[in-house]
Design a protein around this ligand. Sequence first.
Ligand code: SF4
Length: 344
Amino acid sequence: MRKEIKIGSIKIGGNNPVVIQSMTNTNTENISATLKQINELTNAGCEIVRVSVPTINAAKSLKSIVRNVRVPIVADIHFDYKIAIESIKNGANKIRINPGNIGGEEKVVEVIKAAKDYGVPIRVGANSGSIPKDLHNLPKVEALCEAALREVRLLEKHGFENIVVSVKSSDVYETIEAYERIFKLIQYPLHVGVTEAGTYDWAVVKSSIVLGYLLMKGIGDTIRVSVAGDPIEEVIIAKRILISLGLKEGIQVIACPTCSRSEFDVEFVAKEIEKGINMERNLKIAVLGCVVNGIGEGKDADIGVAGIKDGAVIFYHGKIFKQVKIENIIGEIKKLLLNLEDES
Ligand code: SF4
């Protein structure tokens, strides 16, 4: 079992559930913009938010940021140990550093001291884009893991074990192999993700492959889906990965791909239903364009809809509930969702 680590109010590792993490893309010195985005991320289901802290002023901004959010905040720091210490003093709940670029061992020791004093964990690890030069002769996966282990050993040498580790690559095979390898070598919780996964479609594909594979094997304590775009998308994809794997409660909307038999606009109905859902419990809603697969899926779901000539049949708790006109499908399903909410 992984060592349990506390990040603000959240525990990771041990027997704790997998936690969704994302990162802001605002200027951290712009406190109101950063707070707005953190709150949007939190409302979307993000449980830990990382912010980049490139300056001392950004570190100082953390004081008001941490006080005004509902989730733990991770400060992401490179190159300057003073920014790391300032971030810890200003309330960061965890810091992400690369000890190799923070300015020498004596400076890492200063950061460790502050982290110990404030009970703040440190995430270390390697990214495929920043492997130290002296490891370039090793195969990529070995180099990634060795780079991470080197950082872990440095922290341990100074009596620090409040550690989270990551070994990210932009390649799916390398990421999977690196996490499988490091999982066997250390007991610290692992933050898992594909780095620089790309724009939305690529990020969905690469993250689903990597996170799906690793999480099914029990590897991963916090996850981040990295998207070149709106971070809210990262949270939605991460949530859907966890729900699909049964690692988080939530509603799955099953929808057919449609064909010429479809009696209504399946995509529109499915998206309208998804928009209105904010329940954290395991439910299936099936939206099928016709009766070919609609009856079976409708009966298997908690709520189902299958198209028929000039209308649709609604299923509820596995039984035919009523026939409705196409324009009433969404309203009927939303009413049934409210019923289910009251039942819970
Ligand atoms: S459920 Fe009906 S409409 Fe949907 S893809 Fe299958 S046959 Fe086509």
